[in-house]
Ligand binder design. Structure first.
Ligand SMILES: [Zn+2]
Ligand SMILES: [Zn+2]
Length: 185
């Protein structure tokens, strides 16, 4: 995956390039950014990792929705795993059923990040995901073990997984950040 992330941007079958143009917008407040002694403001870790999730989402070849996930240690010092949605490695780089909402055949980004995460259950984790997790992914994140908080950027068609996460005491928090990428589907 590391090698792949370093390759040049490319156009996929959807005609979208990834990663491509950047679009900043300033209408949203940053979480807990601060000014340092030089007068420059520096972004909060939450903002950095959610933006990383959005950047990763640009790798997705899903025709329905581009989603990215970053799992970090709870002190923000380590990225434990990343993921974005798409078909399994070695299979065609596209959805199996692009017209079926919720059943396009792609692995979900949280699912891929959970698969990629080899940190033990005992390690406290934060999860950053571009879109509100679905119910199945909420359960996957619960079973990662020791997820302390989930941060997300955009609402998904269903937010019913909030009840599941609340019932096991995992807060899910919507962040307002100046996303680098606003042109995700
Ligand atoms: Zn798909
Ligand atoms: Zn999901």
């Amino acid at each position: 995956m590391k090698e792949e992330l370093l390759t040049a941007s490319e156009k996929n079958h959807t005609g979208r390039s990834r990663p491509a143009s950047e679009k900043n917008h300033t209408g949203r407040s940053r979480p807990a950014s601060e000014k340092n002694h030089t007068g420059r403001s520096r972004p909060a870790f939450e903002e950095i990792y959610l933006n990383l999730a959005f950047t990763l989402a640009k790798r997705s070849t899903c025709q329905r929705l581009q989603v990215g996930t970053v799992i970090t240690s709870s002190d923000f010092r380590k990225v434990l795993a990343v993921g974005y949605n798409g078909n399994a490695s070695g299979l065609p780089n596209c959805c199996e059923n692009p017209n079926e909402p919720g059943n396009c055949g792609c692995l979900h980004s949280e699912e891929n990040a959970a698969i990629n995460c080899d940190s033990p259950r005992s390690i406290k984790k934060f999860v950053f995901v571009t879109h509100h997790p679905c119910r199945a992914c909420a359960k996957r994140l619960i079973n990662l073990g020791n997820v302390q908080k989930i941060f997300y950027g955009k609402d998904y068609r269903s937010t019913s997984s909030q009840e599941i996460l609340n019932s096991v005491g995992i807060p899910i928090i919507k962040l307002e950040t100046p996303f680098l990428y606003e042109n995700l589907i």
